[in-house]
Design a protein around this ligand. Structure first.
Ligand SMILES: [Zn+2]
Length: 99
């Protein structure tokens, strides 16, 4: 298990927190952000984390089309959790871009 980079004053993004973010961004973003704020996360920290997980506008549009083989998986490169869009998708965007 690699350590998750902590941003100042922000609690850790655990697997369950990541799940709330992913679900929220795919459905009701505002509710999810408000829920996480009550847990001590700032809006910016949440948005940063969403970007780290791969929740880009492009990705959300893609999901809206109805593709939903989406899951949080651990990257084979660095071990970080990221949003995988399919069985064969096992590298996070950062590791993929490094190639
Ligand atoms: Zn990676």
């Amino acid at each position: 298990m690699t350590s998750v980079k902590t941003k100042r004053e922000s609690p850790l993004f655990t697997a369950s927190i990541d799940k709330i973010i992913v679900k929220g961004f795919l459905a009701d973003r505002r509710t999810a952000i408000n829920e996480l704020k009550t847990k001590g996360f700032t809006r910016n920290a949440i948005l940063d984390r969403a970007r780290e997980l791969g929740l880009s506008d492009q990705f959300l549009k893609w999901c809206a089309v109805g593709k939903s083989d989406v899951a949080l998986r651990n990257c084979l490169g660095c071990g970080e959790r990221f949003l995988s869009v399919g069985f064969q998708n096992r590298l996070c965007p950062r590791c993929k871009n490094r190639k």
